[in-house]
Ligand binder design. Structure first.
Ligand code: GLN
Length: 442
């Protein structure tokens, strides 16, 4: 046990300097600031004035603003961009005396499921360097899994917190939509994005969640967060949707089913069906690309992104910046999103996907009147080896079990099932605003 926060930070920095060269979790390490705040927090602890997260070491995905620090979003476009303010979550962490030790790598603009779309560096899985850490919060998964940080923040639009948590053997939590402020998070798809937490220790995760959640005047979607924050009650019934098991690896199926048999001793567990779960990927892909292509319009070299050539004609200048500044996957998604929202095609895809999302919400609403939570696997496979999944469709399919929580706005938590990353993780979905109840399911 460390006798002071300062000593703890020295230990963490030592571990990081030993292993980071191989893992590549960080975009930047704030060594001096971390040591400086550790000293201040040690003083506060002596005076009995320390905040609830005193000495908890946190890493932040590099699409969440930290004032004065680079905010790359894992991209070439923003490699030199500096945030001019703190995101609400960062403000809250600082006020609670957490120590922010660095910013973490990610897939470009949070698009990806394994970290290999980062334009900064390639993060590796701390438990097996030949395998991917999961994405898009690749650095957040790796840094929590490697013990560099007590907890990390990521963003989850379709599973980007839960996937790297499952792949790096840690807990991963996506709160109810509207429970945590998104102010200062760079949008990927704003009706789906939510800031989430990855940690090895569930108690630490709970404390971080208590700190970062709640109403924020700067984000309208958080209006209900305080009123609904502490829901009383407990989870007694769990539904297991059969669709969750339709295309998953046999080893994962075995370990998740073994865990469900244990749950049967404590909860009333029933098999259920949610037919729209078969369509999560197409619904998500249509809505996400539509929202993403709109969110990325601001990167034109004038408002954001590296400077456009002032001597060029305006649109040529914008096009050149976007051509050079975006990677292949981002361009693919912008093209799809722009195409499907063209006036002539809107009803063919975008509005259909919106209606399908409503049907899914209704189905979940019905089911969750009967059961308090859902259980199933987090990811269909364990982490793959680098170079194994080059086809984008295969990559998109990996999100099939996580996406529904984003489409419905429900909270979801993933929990590793053993010390082996090949056993996968179980995932629980809860009711809206019953986030805290989910932490108690074991
Ligand atoms: N893997 C998903 C995608 O590529 C989810 C991304 C996310 O949650 N940010 O779109």
């Amino acid at each position: 046990m460390e006798s002071s926060v300062e000593e703890k930070i020295h230990r963490k920095l030592e571990l990081i300097s030993k292993m980071e060269g191989e893992i590549n979790a960080f975009v930047e390490i704030y060594e001096n600031e971390a040591l400086q705040s550790a000293k201040e927090i040690d003083k506060k602890i002596k005076e009995g004035k320390a905040g609830p997260l005193a000495g908890i070491v946190i890493g932040i995905k590099n699409n969440i603003c930290i004032k004065g620090k680079t905010l790359t979003c894992g991209s070439e476009m923003l490699k030199k961009h500096h945030a001019t303010y703190d995101a609400t979550v960062v403000e809250k962490l600082k006020a609670a005396d957490a120590i922010i030790i660095g910013s973490l790598n990610m897939d470009e603009f949070a698009c990806g499921s394994d970290g290999t779309f980062s334009k900064i560096k390639i993060t590796k899985n701390p438990h097996d360097l030949s395998r991917v850490p999961g994405g898009s919060s690749s650095g957040s998964g790796a840094a929590a899994g490697a013990g560099f940080c007590d907890a990390t923040l990521g963003s989850d639009t379709g599973g980007s917190v839960r996937c790297p948590a499952a792949f790096c053997n840690a807990y991963g939590f996506k709160p109810t939509y509207g429970m945590v402020s998104r102010y200062g998070l760079s949008d990927m798809a704003m009706t789906l994005d939510q800031i989430g937490i990855i940690a090895k220790d569930k108690e630490v995760m709970k404390k971080v969640f208590k700190t970062i959640s709640g109403t924020d005047k700067k984000d309208q979607t958080t209006q209900l967060a305080d009123a609904k924050r502490i829901r009383k009650g407990e989870i007694k019934t769990i539904g297991v949707p059969k669709e969750f098991f339709e295309s998953i690896d046999s080893r994962i199926e075995k370990s998740v089913k073994a865990k469900i048999r244990q749950l049967e001793k404590r909860y009333e567990v029933t098999e259920i069906s949610i037919p729209t779960l078969r369509y999560t990927v197409p619904i998500y892909q249509l809505l996400m690309t539509a929202e993403l292509s709109s969110a990325l319009q601001r990167y034109d070299g004038m408002r954001y992104g590296y400077p456009a050539d002032r001597n060029e004609e305006l649109y040529t200048a914008f096009a050149k910046v976007r051509e050079a500044g975006f990677g292949k996957e981002i361009k693919r998604r912008i093209l799809i999103g722009t195409y499907i929202t063209m006036k002539e095609f809107k009803d063919a895809w975008y509005t259909k996907a919106l209606s399908a999302r409503e049907v899914m919400k209704k189905e979940f609403g019905e089911v969750m009147k009967k059961v308090d939570a859902l259980a199933g696997p987090a990811m269909p496979t364990g982490p793959w080896k680098f170079g194994e999944r080059m086809n984008p469709l295969e990559m998109y399919a990996a999100d099939t079990l996580t996406i529904a929580a984003n489409l419905t706005g429900l909270p979801a938590i993933v929990e590793p099932l053993s010390n082996s990353i090949d056993d996968g993780a179980i995932q629980y979905y809860g009711r809206h605003f019953e986030d805290e109840l989910l932490f108690n399911v074991e």
